[in-house]
Design a protein around this ligand. Structure first.
Ligand code: MIC
Ligand code: SF4
Length: 645
C-alpha cells in the first residue's frame, strides 16, 4: 500500500513510535519559529535548558505581535529576544519585517521539512509542503534544544478540490466552507491533506490561506503537495534550490475523504462570534459596516493586497467605514509601494499600518461600541478585537474591499474590476531586516529589562489533590477567554504575575481574586476547552494562580499539551451528566494522585461537598504521564540533563 503525503512527511522524521492513528509518535524538528508574544517565555525556557546553541537546521525569532510601544515593556521584550537569538544561533526578524508565517513562507520555508512554531497558525507553511505544527513555547524550546516533538499520530483527511473558483470567489471561501461543514472541533486529531485537479490553479499564498485556517478546525496541521506551483513560488523568491517534489502515492489511503467542488462556492463570511458560524455573504445581506480590517497571516499576501488595490483604485472608502490595512510583510508593502498600488490604497482612504499582526491581536484599531467590523483574519471570538460589544465577520479580501466602498456587507461578484493578478516572476527580495545569529556568541550579552520576570514552575504531584471548583464554564472557551490579549495586556507576556490579574476575566471578573483567596483550585469547562491560540500563558497564569486541574468535556490539542507541560492535570468527564452535577464552589479531591495517574486512565474524583464519587478520564501517553508526575516539562528536562551530567 502506498503512503499519503502526510505519512511520507512523518515517516521521514519519525524517531519514535509507529504511524498508527492514536499512537504517540516523536518526530525530528528541522525548523522552529517563535513570535514575540510567545517568544519571551520560550526563550526563558530555552535558557533554563542550559544548551549553547540551537540544534535545529534553522530557527527564526520574529517580532510581529507586540508592536505598539506605549511604554518600555514591548521594546524591552524585543531587545531580550534579539540578544537571546544572537547568542543561541537564531535568526531575528525585526519588527516591521512582517508576520512570522508570511515571512517564513517567503524567505525560509522548505518543502518536506518539519516546522514547529510557538503560534497556532504555524500550519500556514503547510501551503509550501512543510509539516508545520503549532505548539506551546516550551515544546518549541525543547525542539530548539534538539528534542523530538511528541504528538498523537493524527488521522489523515483527504480534501479533494475539484472544479474552478469563479471570479471573486477565493481560497478564503474554500476554508470557510470547510469550517461550515466541520465546525471548530471537526479537525481535532486530524491532518488535512489537500489534493485534486483544482490545486494547479491555487498559488502558494492561496494554499497558505487554507492551511492557516485549518487551525480554526482544531486540526494538527494541513499539508499541500510540493509541485510546479510551489517551484514557481520558490523561484520567484530566489530560492528554487529549496524545492523538491512531494506528493501522495497513487494508491495512498486516507481515514476520511472530503470533496469540495469549487464551482459551487460563492463568497462566504463567518458571522460573530466563531469562525465556523459561516453563511453566504448574499444571504447575510447588506448589513451596515463600520470598520474593515484587511491583513493578518490569513490574507495579506502580495496578490491579496493587489486585488484589494484594484478594487479600491479610483474609488473612495465609504464615509461610514474606517478601512485599515496591515500588510503581511515588508516584501508585500515594498512591492505595493514600487508598483503604485499603495498609492491607490492611500488615495481611496485606506489607513496603512506597518507590516505585522496589528488589529488581529487587538494591537490597536478596536472598533466602536456595537460596531460591525469585517476582517480578513482568522478569528472572530467575542472581544478579541478589543471591543466586547462589536460584531466581527471574517471574509475574503475581495469581500472586505467591496464592502469598504459600499459601506455595507457586499458580495464582490457585482464589481466590474479585473482581478487577474498574476504571481510575480520575481518578488522583491531584501533581507536586511533579518539579523543572522552572532558569529561570536560568547561576546553577546543578553539584555533583560525589568519587564522580564521568571516564569512559574510547578512541583511533582504527590499525595492527595484537593481544590474548590473556582469557575464552571460552557463550551468552546478560547485561550482569549483564559488569558485575554490586547494592546494593554500584550506588553506583559513576560510578566506572569501581572497577567494573572486578568485570567478568565472575560467570563468572570472576580475569578483571579477568588483563585487567590482560595489558594488555587480547579476549573470546570465544556467541549473544546482552550481552543484558539497556542499561548502557554493560558496555562502558566492558571499555574501561577494555583490551578491544579481542569475538568472539561474535551480539550483543544495545544492547550491540553500546555496544561500538561505546566503540570496541570487535564481531566475529562466520562458522561455529560457529570458536568451537569458539578457546581461552582464544590470541594473536589483526588486521593493519591501519583499512583492514580501512574496506573491508568481512570481517575476517581470525590466531590466532598455533594458526597459523590465521579470516575473521570485522563488519557495520557507514557511521555505525558512522566511530564505530569514531575510537575511539568521543564522539571523533567532538567532532571534528564542532571542525569546526563
Ligand atoms: C493569535 O492569533 O491568537 C496569536 C496571538 O497569534 C496566538 C499566539 C499568542 O497568543 O501569542 C496564536 O495563535 O497562537
Ligand atoms: Fe498574528 Fe493574527 Fe496571525 Fe495570530 S492570527 S499570528 S495575531 S496575524
Amino acid at each position: 500500500m502506498g503512503l499519503n503525503l502526510t505519512q511520507k512527511l512523518i515517516k521521514s522524521h519519525l524517531v519514535e513510535g509507529t504511524m498508527v492513528p492514536g499512537a504517540e509518535i516523536g518526530i525530528r524538528i528541522d525548523q522552529t519559529l517563535t513570535q514575540d508574544s510567545t517568544g519571551t517565555m520560550a526563550y526563558l525556557q530555552l535558557e533554563a535548558m542550559e544548551i549553547d546553541r540551537v540544534k535545529t537546521k534553522l530557527s527564526v525569532a520574529y517580532v510581529d505581535h507586540n508592536m505598539l510601544q506605549e511604554g518600555f515593556e514591548n521594546a524591552d521584550d524585543h531587545l531580550y529576544i534579539q540578544t537571546v537569538a544572537a547568542k543561541y544561533g537564531i535568526f531575528f526578524s525585526r519588527p516591521g519585517n512582517g508576520i512570522c508565517h508570511q515571512v517564513h513562507l517567503e524567505r525560509f520555508g522548505v518543502p518536506g521539512q518539519t516546522l514547529l512554531g510557538s503560534d497556532s497558525h504555524t500550519p500556514t507553511n503547510g501551503g509550501l509542503g512543510m509539516l508545520a505544527i503549532g505548539a506551546g513555547g516550551l515544546d518549541v524550546a525543547a525542539a530548539m534544544a534538539g528534542q523530538p516533538y511528541f504528538l498523537t499520530m493524527p488521522k489523515v483527511v483527504k480534501v479533494e478540490l475539484t472544479g474552478k473558483l469563479a471570479a471573486f470567489v477565493t481560497a478564503k471561501d474554500i476554508i470557510l466552507e470547510l469550517l461550515r461543514r466541520l465546525t471548530v472541533k471537526g479537525g481535532v486529531g486530524k491532518i488535512f491533506e489537500y489534493t485534486g485537479a483544482a490545486l494547479a490553479d491555487l498559488t502558494v499564498p492561496e494554499r497558505a490561506t487554507i492551511a492557516n485556517m485549518g487551525a480554526e478546525l482544531g486540526a494538527t496541521t494541513s499539508v499541500f503537495p510540493s509541485d510546479e506551483v510551489t517551484r514557481a513560488f520558490l523561484r520567484a523568491q530566489g530560492r528554487e534550490e529549496a524545492w523538491i517534489e512531494l506528493k501522495a502515492d497513487p494508491d495512498a489511503e486516507y481515514d476520511q475523504v472530503i470533496v469540495i467542488d469549487l464551482n459551487e462556492l460563492e463568497p462566504l463570511a463567518a458571522k460573530p462570534h466563531s469562525p465556523d458560524n459561516v453563511a453566504k455573504v448574499r444571504e447575510i445581506g447588506p448589513i451596515k459596516v463600520d470598520q474593515v480590517a484587511i491583513g493578518s497571516c490569513t490574507n495579506s499576501s502580495y496578490q491579496d493586497l493587489m486585488k484589494v488595490a484594484r478594487i479600491l483604485k479610483g474609488k473612495a472608502v465609504h464615509s461610514g467605514v474606517s478601512l485599515v490595512i496591515s500588510p503581511g510583510s515588508r516584501q508585500v508593502l515594498a512591492m505595493l509601494a514600487e508598483n503604485g498600488a499603495l498609492a491607490d490604497l492611500i488615495n481611496a482612504g485606506a489607513r496603512i499600518l506597518e507590516a505585522g499582526c496589528g488589529p488581529c491581536i487587538g494591537m490597536g484599531q478596536a472598533p466602536a461600541s456595537n460596531a460591525v467590523s469585517l476582517r480578513t483574519f482568522n478569528r472572530n471570538f467575542k472581544g478579541r478585537c478589543g471591543t466586547l460589544s462589536a460584531d466581527v465577520y471574517l471574509v475574503s479580501p475581495e469581500t472586505a474591499a467591496a464592502s469598504a466602498v459600499f459601506g455595507v456587507l457586499a458580495d464582490p461578484r457585482g464589481l466590474d474590476v479585473d482581478l487577474d493578478v498574476p504571481m510575480p516572476e520575481k518578488f522583491l527580495i531584501n533581507d536586511n531586516m533579518i539579523i543572522p545569529p552572532a558569529l561570536e556568541p560568547e561576546q553577546v550579552e543578553i539584555i533583560r529589562g525589568p519587564n522580564i520576570k521568571p516564569f512559574p514552575q510547578n512541583t511533582p504531584l504527590k499525595g492527595s489533590l484537593e481544590g474548590k471548583v473556582l469557575i464552571k464554564l460552557g463550551d468552546h472557551i478560547t485561550t482569549d477567554h483564559i488569558m485575554p490579549s490586547n494592546a494593554k495586556l500584550l506588553p506583559f507576556r513576560s510578566n506572569i504575575p501581572y497577567l494573572a490579574q486578568y485570567c478568565l476575566t472575560p467570563c468572570d471578573p472576580e475569578f483571579p481574586r477568588r483563585a487567590e483567596e482560595n489558594g488555587g483550585g480547579i476549573i470546570v469547562g465544556g467541549e473544546n476547552y482552550g481552543q484558539g491560540s497556542s499561548r502557554e500563558h493560558a496555562a502558566l497564569v492558571p499555574l501561577y494562580l494555583g490551578i491544579k486541574a481542569v475538568i472539561a468535556k474535551s480539550f483543544a490539542r495545544i492547550h491540553r499539551a500546555n496544561l500538561i507541560n505546566s503540570g496541570i492535570i487535564p481531566l475529562t468527564f466520562t458522561d455529560p451528566s457529570q458536568y451537569d452535577q458539578v457546581r461552582e464552589s464544590d470541594l473536589l479531591e483526588i486521593e493519591d494522585v501519583e499512583s492514580q495517574l501512574g496506573s491508568g486512565s481512570e481517575i476517581v474524583l470525590h466531590n466532598r461537598t455533594q458526597g459523590r464519587v465521579l470516575p473521570l478520564r485522563c488519557e495520557l501517553t507514557a511521555k505525558e504521564r512522566a511530564v505530569l508526575l514531575m510537575g511539568g516539562k521543564i522539571n523533567l528536562i532538567k532532571e534528564q540533563l542532571r542525569q546526563k551530567n
